[in-house]
Design a protein around this ligand. Structure first.
Ligand code: HEC
Ligand code: HEC
Ligand code: HEC
Ligand code: HEC
Ligand code: HEC
Length: 471
């Protein structure tokens, strides 16, 4: 031991190895302690703490034996050449001299301060990188679609890391590792476009969504009113009213849509990679009863493992919400962002959005030309009188395009479908198709009344809504 210490302290390479290793260890421990206290600095603190600092740590460790080996080789060569091995040529520090003692003390104190400064600066610096803004904008073009859709979602105030990483050390390290791969793939443009979905290594919802949402909270029935507009000149308003049986009562008496994630209920399924076609479904009930629903046609290429159903199997777009042109224009008309008195505005806006454009710049220009062109050609007087409303409509339509379509990332309309219903994508009907059956003929039902009561469908002025408003 003493011998080793002598060897290390005698050559500068090994000594610098010791210094690097020690400083890395202190920075690592500081970052880790800050993390443990509960500050979640985000993925880049982790990259720093779990990748870069350890790399220095290991590098330092390697320098130590390397230094020893080099020094010994030098000495051997010298001896073979018949020369005296080089003497240690470190300066002599004589601690009996007051001046030297003071210098050493000052040096030691400064080193401590330096380490604290370096650790804090590193932490602060990388904390910035863990912020939503950084996640959403640093990789710029790559994450822009996710960042934009996120900013328009109910989770716009929830940090990216709360869903993508969550708390605790193991996922932290795991996501750091995949996070650093992501950095590499962005640097070298190795990522797929569009970024593939679903995210297969997303952290289970139990540990992310359920930190904020109480899964078995009783929601009961939820009234949902969907407003749409027609393709006619007046863009006639139509309403659909649904009473969604969300449920959530916990335990064996539970019913309704959230029953799938109730305590003791376990639905698992096999599917293709995209989770769009679902094969066999297995169900375990709280009392232990098991049922297997076989798909009518077996999967061509099933994914490796059965997946246990959780929040994200229905709420697959809680934050990155993309809509179709009709839905977007409906929302804009309903909220008054587009003037609904402009003739044929719904039809024209949707038409301009659905056309194919090579770039966003081209889309902006051509959308403007299309909408203006339509009004100047068909309604010249109105085009002059309502030019401001038309300009506002154009700006809205351009905004809609920019929030949903990203030619540079190959994201076209409908690239990321939502599984929450069954009208836009197959969604619930991936299982609820009356085609998944048990051996004794029990089906996963498509009975319309199972999930909702359809109170009104595409009615101009549904009576039920009037009755609810004026009881
Ligand atoms: C409320 C939770 C939540 C928040 C907040 C969130 N995400 Fe996501 N994100 C998800 C879910 C869930 C998926 C996976 C969808 C799937 O697997 O089908 C996802 C998928 C992604 C994908 C893969 C592409 C896609 O759309 O499927 C990227 C990239 C991404 N998120 C980046 C981000 C960034 C950047 C932020 C912050 C600006 C962020 N996320 C914030 C829940 C969230
Ligand atoms: C950090 C806390 C947090 C996390 C994590 C979180 N949410 Fe939320 N979620 C919220 C808040 C807050 C709202 C309410 C937003 C509002 O109404 O303005 C919300 C709203 C919702 C809604 C209702 C949306 C609507 O249109 O009314 C759904 C559904 C939802 N979250 C699902 C999820 C899912 C699925 C996940 C996991 C992928 C998740 N949440 C993760 C905080 C969170
Ligand atoms: C992975 C397959 C799968 C998907 C996807 C799925 N379900 Fe189910 N669901 C089942 C199974 C299995 C049952 C139990 C069938 C039975 O009763 O034999 C069920 C039962 C139900 C029930 C009745 C629960 C009760 O007993 O009260 C409702 C309501 C329901 N599902 C709604 C939905 C909705 C809404 C969606 C889409 C947002 C959906 N399901 C998506 C598999 C699925
Ligand atoms: C079987 C599909 C399915 C699963 C699984 C599922 N949900 Fe839902 N959830 C729905 C549907 C459908 C609604 C109603 C949507 C609407 O109102 O448009 C809903 C509504 C919600 C709401 C809004 C409730 C309110 O008060 O209005 C929240 C929050 C929510 N879900 C969270 C979760 C969380 C957290 C999980 C996982 C533990 C989960 N959901 C699992 C289908 C599902
Ligand atoms: C497995 C559950 C389930 C079954 C079965 C089901 N629906 Fe739905 N349906 C939903 C959900 C969930 C939504 C709401 C999605 C959302 O939040 O926007 C919905 C929405 C709708 C809407 C409104 C969509 C829109 O955008 O206008 C209509 C209409 C509708 N369903 C009709 C039907 C009819 C008709 C049947 C019977 C063939 C049926 N549904 C069966 C779950 C179901």
């Amino acid at each position: 031991m003493k011998n080793l210490f002598a060897k290390v302290s005698r050559n500068p390479i090994s000594l610098s190895g010791v210094v690097i290793t020690t400083i890395s260890a202190i920075i690592f421990l500081t970052l880790f302690a800050i993390e443990l206290v509960g500050f979640s600095g985000g993925p880049y603190v982790g990259i720093m703490a779990f990748l870069i600092v350890p790399a220095f740590f290991v590098g330092g460790l390697i320098l130590i034996p390397f230094g020893i080996w080099r020094a010994q080789r030098k000495a051997r060569i010298a001896v073979e050449a018949g020369e005296e091995p080089e003497p240690d040529n470190f300066p002599v520090i004589d601690l009996n001299m007051v001046k030297v003692r003071k210098t050493v003390l000052v040096f030691a104190a400064l080193t401590v301060i330096n380490v604290v400064i370096v650790a804090t600066a590193t932490y602060k610096g990388v904390e910035v990188m863990g912020s939503t803004k950084f996640c959403g904008t640093a990789c710029h073009r790559v994450m822009a679609p996710e960042f934009t859709s996120y900013q328009r979602s109910p989770h716009a105030r929830v940090k990216c890391v709360e869903c993508h990483i969550g708390s605790g050390a193991s996922w932290f390290v795991k996501s750091k590792l995949s996070g650093s791969w992501q950095l590499v793939s962005v640097l070298f443009k190795l990522y797929e476009r569009p970024i593939p979905t679903p995210v297969h290594n997303l952290r289970p919802a139990r540990e992310t969504c359920e930190q904020c949402h109480w899964p078995t909270k009783f929601v009961g029935d939820r009234l949902k009113v969907i407003t749409k507009f027609g393709e006619d000149e007046k863009s006639t308003e139509k309403k659909t009213a649904l009473l969604l049986h969300v449920g959530g009562t916990m335990g064996s008496t539970s019913r309704g849509i959230h029953w799938h994630v109730d305590r003791g209920v376990r639905v698992s399924y096999s599917s293709d990679e995209k989770r769009e076609t679902i094969g066999d479904v297995e169900l375990t009930l709280p009392d232990g009863t098991q049922r297997i629903y076989k798909a009518s046609t077996p999967l061509a290429k099933p994914a490796k493992n059965m997946r246990v159903m959780e929040c994200v199997d229905c709420h697959n777009r809680p934050s990155h919400i993309y809509r179709l042109p009709d839905e977007e224009v409906d929302a804009a008309l309903f909220e008054g962002r587009i003037d609904r008195t402009l003739p044929f505005i719904h039809r024209e806006a949707v038409k301009a959005l659905k056309a194919t454009y090579a770039t966003r710049e081209e889309a902006q220009e051509k959308i403007r030309l299309a909408v203006h062109g339509f009004y100047t050609a068909s309604y010249p007087d109105l085009a002059k009188a309502k030019s401001q409303a038309i300009d506002a409509a154009v700006a809205s339509v351009q905004g809609i395009y920019n929030s949903n379509v990203w030619p540079s990332m190959k994201i076209a309309w409908g690239a990321y479908p939502s599984f929450l219903g069954h009208t836009v994508a197959t969604g619930c009907f991936r299982c609820h198709d009356d085609e998944h059956k048990t051996a004794d003929g029990r089906k996963i039902s498509q009975d319309c009344a199972l999930c909702h009561s359809l109170l009104a469908q595409d009615e101009a002025d549904p009576k039920i809504l009037k009755d609810l408003a004026n009881p």
